[in-house]
Design a binder for this molecule. Structure first.
Ligand SMILES: Nc1ncnc2c1ncn2[C@@H]1O[C@H](COP(=O)(O)OP(=O)(O)OP(=O)(O)O)[C@@H](O)[C@H]1O
Length: 360
């Protein structure tokens, strides 16, 4: 296992990039901790696969260096990097049995005998295939084959990192949750450095210790699931993560008060004068529907199990509010924002109460 350092890493597929727009991955400098589970999360085309392929060695970066521990691996081929990879679609040998498939990466590295046998059986148990070890892979469903691919990815314990590229795409929805849980357990047990690409926030948030959120080739935040929820560093993180996402309202901020078109809102901290396009962000979970506060017009109430989502208009802005299932909504509804849960943004980036803008 290894710490992974990305140093001035950037990539353009064009031979002569002219500006930021020409980069599929804009410059990133970061150290990824040894043994941590990371998810790369973002919409289609944001650069996740580009970044993953540079870490695996499938793609040579146009700028910057990559280190595994102290070793510069930028010019090394994938095979030399000592990593395991699990792709979107199963990679298994149809003519081999489940056992032989799982043992293959170990045999390749000269691991045989009792140690290999114990490891194969342990992994088979964790992916729920221990009663099918003698079956040929050929007859198995896509689902079962992908479980074997996951098992093969995790069978060696001496890899620098395990990279997953949307590995649950072909898995049946009800199995996804179980496999995610298994992956998490495997990570806890074996402590591999894991990098997991997905566009699905539930997958990212349940799997990862740290989520790397990307949009338009840029890493906008690397944080724990709680940090992404409570303090989104960028408005993109606010509305991309959460269901529904964060409400954003244009505002003028003076000290600890924000003026929005509907009226005044108390903030949890005081801010210095801010320049640029200023907005406040509040998640639907932290808006209370009460008899006092700012008046809202309710358009629709959606029942989503333990909560209701209230779609409302606050002056000229649409907002989403989450209320408990049994909550009463007054005849003349008004809303209050929890001051401590309000984030302030300037030009898309979160501003700390001291005034400094955050960056990824
Ligand atoms: N081989 C290539 N040549 C030129 N442009 C590419 C190439 N591969 C990807 N791109 C472009 O780079 C950008 C990032 O693509 P990338 O595949 O890394 O995104 P992604 O987040 O993994 O998307 P998806 O989830 O759809 O796979 C996109 O605009 C894409 O069109």
């Amino acid at each position: 296992m290894a710490k992974i350092t990305l140093s001035g890493l950037a990539h353009s597929y064009l031979p002569h990039p002219k500006g930021p727009k020409d980069y599929a991955l804009k410059r990133i400098d970061h150290e990824w901790e040894d043994g941590a589970a990371y998810a790369l999360l973002g919409p289609s085309g944001c650069g996740k696969t580009t970044l993953l392929n540079m870490i695996s060695g499938l793609l040579q970066p146009s700028e910057g260096r990559i280190f595994f521990g102290a070793t510069d691996v930028t010019d090394m081929a994938t095979a030399e990097r000592n990593i395991a990879q699990v792709f979107q679609f199963p990679v298994v040998y149809d003519t081999m049995t489940v056992y032989e498939n799982l043992a293959f990466p170990l045999r390749n590295r000269g691991v045989r005998g009792e140690a290999a046998d114990a490891r194969v059986r342990e992994i088979a148990r964790m992916i729920g295939m221990d009663d099918r070890l003698n079956d040929k892979a050929r007859g198995l469903t896509a689902d079962a084959k992908q479980k074997i691919s996951l098992g093969r990815g995790m069978v060696r314990n001496d890899v620098n990192a395990i990279l997953f590229d949307e590995p649950l795409t072909v898995i049946d929805p009800h199995m996804k949750w179980e496999l995610r849980t298994q992956l998490k357990a495997l990570h806890r047990q074996f402590g591999h450095t894991m990098i997991y690409v997905t566009h699905d926030q539930t997958e990212a948030l349940t799997f990862a210790d740290k989520v790397v959120v990307m949009t338009e080739g840029e890493v906008v935040q690397i944080g724990t699931p709680a940090e992404l929820f409570e303090r989104p560093a960028h408005t993109f993180v606010g509305y991309f993560i959460g269901s529904p996402g964060m409400n954003l309202l244009p505002a003028q901020v003076e000290g600890s008060v924000a003026r929005i078109p509907a009226g005044e809102v108390a903030l949890g901290a005081a801010y210095p004068a801010l320049s640029g396009e200023v907005e406040i962000g509040i998640r639907p979970e932290f808006i209370r529907v009460t008899g006092d506060g700012l008046p809202v017009r309710i358009r629709r109430v959606e029942d989503v199990g333990r909560h209701k989502i209230v779609r409302a208009d606050l002056a000229d802005r649409a907002i989403d509010i989450m209320v408990p299932e049994g909550a009463e909504i007054p005849a003349e509804p008004r809303v209050r924002f929890e001051p401590e849960a309000i984030n302030v943004y300037a030009d898309g980036w979160r501003v700390a109460p001291g005034g400094e803008r955050e960056a990824a």
